[in-house]
Design a binder for this molecule. Structure first.
Ligand SMILES: *[C@@H]1O[C@H](CO)[C@@H](O)[C@H](O)[C@H]1NC(C)=O
Ligand SMILES: *[C@@H]1O[C@H](CO)[C@@H](O)[C@H](O)[C@H]1NC(C)=O
Ligand SMILES: *[C@@H]1O[C@H](CO)[C@@H](O)[C@H](O)[C@H]1NC(C)=O
Length: 509
C-alpha cells in the first residue's frame, strides 16, 4: 500500500533463481512495432515527471505546478527538476544520470528523431536548468530535495503534498563525489547536445560542468555518509565514486578535447575496481565491472563512450577501454559463453536488481551505440569462438525493444499508452489520484489510500512511462502493490529515447 514500502527498495529487489536457457532471441515473427509513436511517447513521459512551475506548452495536462518552495529551507531556488519515479522526491544522483543518458541519446541519435528532437531537447533542458540551480553556489552541490521517509509515508499528489521538502547539501566537509561527478557528466553531455542549437547555453553548461567536476574530485567522499539516511537505502552508492569521476572526465574530454581530462582518465582507469559487489536487499551480488551500466555503476558506459575516440581499424584490443567494451558485449549476447545476464523464455534480458527494464533499456542503448562505433571503425567483437558483427548487436537490441513494445508472451507493451494492452495500475502517485484540476480540494497524507487500493485502472495516463516490467517467467501482475514490476523511473526511459530514435530511422515503418 501507499506506505513506506512504496518504491523505497526499488533498487534493491532480489531476483531469485538463475535461468540458463539458450533462446533464439528475436525468433518470434511479428510485425515491427511503431517505433516513431513509441519515441514520441517515451519523451512525453518526462513532462509527467516534471516538478516546479509548468510552462504553457505542457502537454501532460492533468499535472499542475508543484513544489514551488523547494530550496527555501536553505535560502536557494530549487524549483524544477524531475521526480524520479512514482514518488515526489528529487533524488539528484539518478536524476543526473537520467539527464546524462537523455543527452547522450540526443548526441548519438538526435538526427534520427525527426520532429521529436525539439521535445527531446526540452526534456534535457528541464533537467539542466534545474542542475544549474543545484550547483549555483560555488563548492556546494545540492544532492537531493525532499525527505524520502516523509514522502514514502504518504500517498499524495505532488501538486498538494505537505511532506518535508528538506534540501540536502554536499560541501567541502560533507563531500559527495558520486552525485557531484554525475551532475558534471550530465552538464558536460548536455553542453554537447545544445552546441548546435543554443551556443550560449551550451557554454554555460560546460563552464559549470568543469567547476562541479573539480569540486567532486578535490573533495572526495560518498554522499552515503554525508547526507546519510536521506539517500541511502534509497539510492545508495554501492560501488564507490571512482566510476562517476571517470565518467565525468570522459564527458568533459568529449566536450572540450582538453588533454587534462584525457590524462585523468588514462591515469585513473586502472583504479576502477574490476569486480563490483552489489548489496541487494542484504544479499551480495558479485559482478564484473565491465558488465555494469545504470544509475549506480557507469563502467560499461565509460568504456563504450571512450571507445569512440580510441578505436580505429588498427587499434589493438589490448587497449583497456576497447577490451572492456568488447567484454561487455560478450556479457550480453545470448550465444556468448561468457554471458552474465539471463533471458526469460520470451527473450527479455534480466539482471539482479529491481525494476528490470532499467537493465534492458540501458544495455540495449550501449549495444546500439557500440554497434555504431564498430561500424565506423570496421570492427567486430570476438567472444571466444563467436564473432559478433555490429548487425548482430543491433538485432539483440531490437529483440529487447520489440519485447518491451508488445512482442512478448503476454502480448502487452510495457510502455503506458502504447499499443492495445499496457500497464493500467502503475505504482505512481499522480497517475492513481484525481488530477488537481478535476479535484482541487486538498488531499492529505493518507487520503490517497482509497485510490491506491481500489481495483480500477489509473485515473490519469502517464503516457510513455516504462514500468519495471515482467517477472523472469514473462508473467506480469499489473498491480500497484508490485513495485518492482509496476513503477516507472526516469532512467528507464532516458536511454530508451536513443534506442527508439535509432530504430525509428532504420526501420521501414
Ligand atoms: C557542510 O554541510 C554540512 C551538512 O549539510 C553542514 O552541517 C556544514 O555546516 C556545511 N559546511 C560548510 C562549510 O558550509
Ligand atoms: C554506501 O552504503 C552502502 C550501504 O550501506 C554500502 O554498501 C556502500 O559500500 C557505501 N558506499 C560507499 C562509497 O561508501
Ligand atoms: C592503419 O594502418 C595502416 C598500415 O600501417 C595505415 O595505412 C592506415 O592509415 C592506418 N589506419 C588508421 C585509421 O590509423
Amino acid at each position: 500500500m501507499g506506505g513506506k514500502y512504496c518504491n523505497a527498495f526499488r533498487g534493491l529487489l532480489v531476483l531469485a533463481g538463475t535461468i540458463t536457457m539458450m533462446m533464439a532471441i528475436g525468433a518470434r515473427a511479428a510485425a515491427s512495432p511503431d517505433y516513431a509513436t513509441a519515441l514520441s511517447k517515451c519523451i512525453l513521459f518526462f513532462e509527467g515527471q516534471r516538478s516546479g512551475k509548468l510552462p504553457s506548452t505542457q502537454r501532460i495536462t492533468w499535472r499542475g505546478d508543484s513544489a514551488l518552495s523547494d530550496g527555501s529551507d536553505i535560502g536557494m531556488d530549487l524549483v524544477g527538476g524531475y521526480y524520479d519515479a512514482g514518488d515526489n522526491v528529487k533524488f539528484h544522483f539518478p536524476m543526473a544520470f537520467t539527464v546524462t543518458t537523455l543527452a547522450w541519446s540526443v548526441i548519438e541519435f538526435g538526427e534520427s528523431m525527426g520532429p521529436e528532437l525539439q521535445h527531446a531537447l526540452e526534456a534535457v533542458r528541464w533537467g539542466t536548468d534545474y542542475l544549474l540551480k543545484a550547483t549555483s553556489v560555488t563548492d556546494v552541490v545540492i544532492g537531493q530535495v525532499a525527505d524520502p521517509i516523509g514522502d514514502h509515508d504518504c500517498w499524495e499528489r505532488p501538486e498538494d503534498m505537505d511532506t518535508p521538502r528538506t534540501s540536502y547539501a554536499i560541501n567541502q566537509t560533507h563531500p559527495g563525489s558520486e552525485v557531484s561527478a554525475e551532475i558534471a557528466a550530465a552538464l558536460a553531455a548536455s553542453s554537447i547536445a545544445f552546441k548546435g542549437s543554443d551556443y550560449q547555453y551550451s557554454s554555460a553548461l560546460l563552464e559549470r560542468a568543469k567547476q562541479v567536476f573539480d569540486f567532486a574530485d578535490k573533495y572526495r567522499g560518498s554522499y552515503n555518509s554525508s547526507i546519510g539516511q536521506a539517500a541511502c537505502p534509497f539510492y545508495c552508492d554501492f560501488n564507490g565514486y571512482m566510476d562517476e569521476l571517470l565518467w565525468g572526465a570522459a564527458w568533459l574530454y568529449k566536450a572540450t578535447n582538453e588533454d587534462g581530462y584525457w590524462n585523468y582518465l588514462r591515469n585513473n582507469i586502472h583504479s576502477l575496481e574490476s569486480i563490483v559487489v552489489r548489496n541487494i536487499n542484504g544479499n551480495s551480488f558479485v559482478g564484473a565491472s565491465f558488465a555494469e551500466f545504470g544509475w549506480d555503476a557507469k563502467h560499461a558506459g565509460i568504456n563504450v563512450l571512450v571507445s569512440q575516440w580510441v578505436m580505429n581499424e588498427n587499434s589493438s584490443n589490448a587497449d583497456p577501454f576497447i577490451l572492456n567494451a568488447d567484454k561487455f558485449v560478450c556479457s550480453i549476447l545470448p550465444e556468448s559463453r561468457s554471458k552474465s545476464v539471463s533471458y526469460s523464455p520470451g527473450g527479455l534480458l534480466f539482471k539482479p536488481g529491481g525494476s528490470n527494464l532499467q537493465h534492458a533499456t540501458a544495455l540495449s542503448f550501449l549495444l546500439v551505440v557500440y554497434a555504431k562505433y564498430l561500424e565506423v571503425a570496421k570492427k567486430v567483437v570476438r567472444c571466444d569462438y563467436v564473432v559478433a558483427t555490429p548487425t548482430r548487436l543491433i538485432d539483440v537490441a531490437r529483440g529487447q525493444v520489440d519485447y518491451i513494445l508488445g512482442n512478448n508472451p503476454m502480448g502487452m507493451s510495457y510502455m503506458v499508452g502504447f499499443g492495445r494492452k499496457f500497464p493500467r495500475k502503475i505504482h505512481h502517485r499522480g497517475a492513481t489520484l484525481p488530477s488537481i484540476h478535476a479535484h482541487p480540494q486538498k488531499m492529505g497524507c493518507r487520503d490517497g489510500d482509497y485510490y491506491f487500493k481500489r481495483q480500477g485502472h489509473d485515473i490519469n495516463e502517464l503516457t510513455g512511462a516504462l514500468v519495471g516490467g515482467p517477472a523472469e517467467d514473462d508473467s506480469f501482475k499489473d498491480s500497484r502493490y508490485d513495485v518492482g514490476q509496476s513503477e516507472p523511473t526516469t532512467y528507464m526511459n532516458s536511454p530508451f529515447v536513443g534506442v527508439l530514435a535509432y530504430f525509428r530511422a532504420t526501420s521501414s515503418k
